[in-house]
Design a protein around this ligand. Sequence first.
Ligand code: G4P
Length: 528
Amino acid sequence: MSTLDDAISLRRTFAIISHPDAGKTTLTEKLLLFGGAIQLAGAVRARGEQRRTRSDWMAIEKERGISVSASVMTFEHEGLTFNLLDTPGHEDFSEDTYRTLTAVDSAVMVLDAAKGIETQTLKLFEVCRLRDVPIITFVNKVDREGRDTFDLLHEVEKTLALDVCPVTWPIGMGRDLKGVFDLVRDRVILFDPGRGDHIAEIAVDAPLDSPKLDEAVGKAAAAKLREEVELVRGGYPEFDLDSFRAGHLTPVFFGSALKTFGVAELLRGIGRLAPPPLARKSDKRVVEPNEAKVSGFVFKVQANMDPNHRDRIAFFRICSGRFKRGMKVKHVRSGKLMALVNPVFFLARDRELAEEAFPGDIMGIPNHGQLRIGDTLSETEDLNFLGIPTFAPEVLRRVRLDDPMKAKQLKKALEDLAEEGVSQVFKPIDGSTWIVGVVGALQFDVLTTRIESEYNIKAGFEEAPFVTARWVACDEEAEMKRFMDANKSNMAEDRDGGIVYLARNTWQMNRAQQDFEKVRFTATREQH
Ligand code: G4P
């Protein structure tokens, strides 16, 4: 095998999906702890304080001299390299989340043992299903009273229409938690409630039928476990790697992120089961990861990571080839060559080592706005990776500028922030003030705060007369002109000059479509 093949087989690029409060942050910290990224993961968390934000992470990074980026966390464990991509934790679903999930090869779904599938879990799961992303399930918080285990698995099966296959099984729960039984290796991992951040496992070689099991967990718990395991082995399908990788079956692990329990099993499970970087579709052909030439795509842009410089970081997923620092690649959209001299890597242990990168890896590319979400960089061939769309926003508001002298700066702020892909800016052609669209309304609060803190501009958002936006196109120029003339007060341009129709209500939208049959209305816009 070549180095490239080796490197590919040793990589796992994944995300964690969950409903807020299920334990994603805690689990992330513990996974990093196993990767040696944080010595005392617990200390990172400011208890009782408000939910961690991106800047908290960056402050932590500075303080501890380690690389913990909210967006990408790379760590190593037992010879494998894991790239963990963060999906925003707030309840609002955003395009950012969707696109992050386009850059992973698998996902870990965290469920709260007492709550099971919650609304946000379901939404995120559906995004994964669109691409058949394989899902590993982690049932968290088994150190607390939870729901009946069979009941919980039944819910996963039913709600997600997914086969479930337990890999570990809890022995008791809450106050009675004794440990988990590893169904693959036939042994018990004992729970030690006082363990906290210690990551050593107490595994006992106690197969089901051995008296050692009774010694390890007590007679009553052992008897219950034997009964349950019989039901498990009879009632659930055998683990099937192909079915898992096709997105039809989920292996299930149980544990407590808070108590660092069951996390080692999960991590090993990701290593063993989750696929290495996969082939990706482009508009020309399928690109295999072990092709010699480097290619990849931008799935996220973050503006103002350093508020003193108006730089952006484009998050780039490598899809093929072996990347070396300083390499020249073609920016396919503009046709220009770019030398990637100062890419940022997110290696947990040592940034300096990362002079090269492989498929599945994520690099941050600092730039001044050339790189947009969905852009492909390719060493030789003009191809574009597919499946990273812009969605028509679901909520539209008009911008209110409190200080009219700052109109120009506001325009810049709106455009910069729109570049991150979470919001979109439309300029009505009748000259009225900008309309901003987002997928989830919470984004307006985020935007208002960021415009003030990062650009020192006071602005707000107020009701807009529009409810829907659609990109429009027509093969006949005259017909397009007729359409635009007839709908002057509904027309706007996006920041690339794309023509957008803003409808005041569903009736108006339907009417426009009926009256102008040759005009195409689309709810997504591919990035190229
Ligand atoms: P999130 O990122 O998915 O939103 O969840 P997060 O990790 O922040 O966890 C949400 C709450 O659940 C936190 O409590 C956290 O300590 C707790 N938690 C996470 N994993 C476990 C677990 O395995 N067992 C138990 N019992 N609790 C768990 P909090 O009170 O909101 O925050 P804090 O005051 O503890 O920091």
